[in-house]
Design a protein around this ligand. Structure first.
Ligand code: FAD
Length: 520
């Protein structure tokens, strides 16, 4: 790791999708950017979502038309820029007597199809569940379903690829680096950083600070000297469970529930089904959020109402909970609070600006970043205009229809790899898959084997290029191999990554020594 420069145009606090998206956009426009993430990239809400790049059919009911239109347009923009980690998904919405009438579902889907942005994704269709295979896993009594399109995304990798591209364009990305205080310093902000890995403190300065701390946005405001204490964030917990695959086929189900919410059942990582989500107001440290027994029951019951095979708590192989950092619009119920984003400037100190980000979706992070950059330009002057709409993320520099060809070519050149391994590598790294495993000509050249299809070569790449510093960073965010490895295998990986990171830190130690003016 290189020593940090001290003064920047912009300091971004938070390495979730919004912080990394903003850092990438800003670096590409020529600003100097420093991003501090207190834990791992995407360790907050951005790896804990339902993983949909979607307009949000349900938000139509709350007339959030601006958000839905922007998100619908973004689906295909993001898909074409990251066709390895984003793919189209068909959703099966069974009509359920007693819930929303057919005309309402048809009308909602008509609006969804025509509100904007749908070019390559296929339109809505009506399914006869007696004839269509989508009906097979469902209980008797469901006769009709509607089928529509959205996209699926590997949310954590979307974050990391934005960080990677930001760094490739000159941004400094620091993980395990917490902003502990933000103070005015003349025409700049002085941000104190605690480096948890090295256990040391230093300071960086910038004209603009962007507070993209997600559910911690209020806590960062509280650490800002002179901030007016505005804290408009509403924390809403959402949880998911993962079970062994419930149904065959690539489609996802969207299930209406008696509380007017919907629950998704999504094919996940080849052998599993992801079920979620919930909506409950949350108080406390967002880092400590855990699924509750009531949420587990709720999700099992939602699925049990539709599928022939019930789901019980003891079948759960993994669960996760995240906290939505929503803008508090005063809605009575958590599920009704707006999912739109709001940008607020907390304070301007002698020309220095602090921009606070509230709310937002994975789907709209790129547009949110552009809106933040417009505000940045007011303070720093324009360098170059918006550019991310047509710029592939790392590994995504191929056409959307070419994923299969890419995989076939990769497999032909490496006949020793299993088909599922090839699929995973191409979907994670796209055209960079060859960098991720190197030019190995046999399995033994992939290095030490840690279980499932995880080998040393990939781990070294993730540590060197994607800021992985612990086994969990690799098992649950850079990949989802945590679902496959045994506890003993994960333990071995933990020891190996710790020794690898220690060796890298020792090698880089001289570069880390910082000039005295960086000391707090
Ligand atoms: P985060 O991802 O939480 O990032 C903030 C980061 O800031 C964290 O990594 C944190 O460690 C860091 N940080 C905090 N304080 C400091 C500090 N002092 N110093 C340094 N770093 C700090 N959106 C969709 O588009 N599609 C979906 O399907 C979807 N499903 C969802 C399902 C659930 C259950 C939830 C909870 C959300 C869902 N969302 C979805 C919304 C989406 O996940 C979030 O809006 C988005 O991830 C928020 O990103 P963020 O960058 O603002 O926050």
């Amino acid at each position: 790791m290189q020593a940090a420069g001290t003064d920047h145009d912009i300091v971004v606090i938070g390495g979730g999708i919004n912080g990394c998206g903003i850092a990438r956009d800003a670096a590409g426009r020529g600003y100097s950017v420093f991003l501090a993430e207190m834990n791992d990239l995407a360790s907050g809400t951005s790896s804990l979502s339902t993983k949909l790049v979607h307009g949000g059919l349900r938000y139509l009911e709350h007339f959030h038309l601006r958000l839905v239109r922007e998100a619908l347009i973004e689906r295909e923009v993001l898909w074409s820029n990251a066709p390895h980690i984003i793919r189209p998904l068909r959703f099966v919405l069974p009509h359920c007597p007693g819930f929303r009438p057919r005309w309402m579902l048809r009308l909602g889907l008509f609006v969804y199809d025509h509100l904007g942005g749908r070019r390559a994704l296929p339109p809505t269709a009506t399914l006869d569940l007696a004839a269509d295979p989508a009906g097979a896993p469902l209980k008797d009594g469901f006769r009709t379903a509607f089928e529509y399109s959205d996209c699926w995304v590997d949310d954590a990798r979307l974050v990391v690829l934005n960080a990677r591209d930001a760094a490739d364009r000159g941004a400094e990305i620091r993980t395990r680096s917490e902003a502990t205080a933000i103070e005015p310093a003349g025409e700049r902000w002085r941000v104190l950083i605690h480096d948890h890995a090295a256990n040391e403190d230093y300071a960086v300065t910038a004209r603009v600070v962007v507070n993209a701390a997600g559910p911690w946005v209020g806590r960062v405001l509280a650490r800002t000297a002179g901030a007016d204490g505005e804290d408009n964030v509403r924390l809403v917990q959402g949880s998911h469970i993962v079970v062994p695959r419930l149904f065959a086929g690539p489609r996802c189900y969207i299930l209406q529930n008696s509380d007017r919410r919907v629950v998704f059942a999504i094919p996940f990582e080849e052998d599993f089904t992801l079920i979620g989500t919930t909506d409950r107001d949350y108080e406390g440290d967002p880092g400590e959020v855990r699924i509750t027994p009531a949420e587990i029951l709720y999700l099992c019951a939602a699925v049990g109402a539709y599928f022939r095979t019930p789901v019980s708590a003891d079948e759960i192989v993994w669960s996760y909970s995240g906290v939505r950092p929503l803008f508090d619009d005063g809605s009575a119920r958590a599920q009704e609070a707006t999912r739109d984003y709001v940008l607020r400037q907390a304070r301007e100190a002698d020309g220095a600006a602090m921009i606070n980000v509230f709310g937002g979706k994975i789907t709209t992070y790129r547009k949110l970043s552009e809106a933040v950059l417009e505000m940045v330009e007011d303070h720093l002057g324009a360098r170059s205009g918006p550019w991310t709409g047509n710029a592939p993320l790392p590994g995504g520099d191929f056409a959307v229809g070419e994923l299969g060809t890419l995989a076939r070519r990769f497999a032909d050149e490496r006949p020793f790899l299993a088909a599922a391994h090839v699929r995973r590598l191409i979907r994670a790294y796209g055209t960079r898959a060859v960098r991720a495993i190197g030019h190995a000509a046999s399995t033994s050249e992939l290095g030490r084997h840690f279980g499932a299809d995880l080998y040393e070569a990939e781990i070294r790449y993730l540590v060197a290029e994607e800021w992985a510093l612990s086994a969990d960073d690799i098992l649950w965010r850079r990949t989802k191999r945590g679902l496959e490895l045994t506890a003993d295998e994960a333990g071995e990986l933990r020891r190996y990554v710790a020794s690898l990171v220690e060796a890298e830190a020792a090698r880089d130690a001289p570069a880390r020594s910082r000039s005295p003016d960086m000391r707090p």
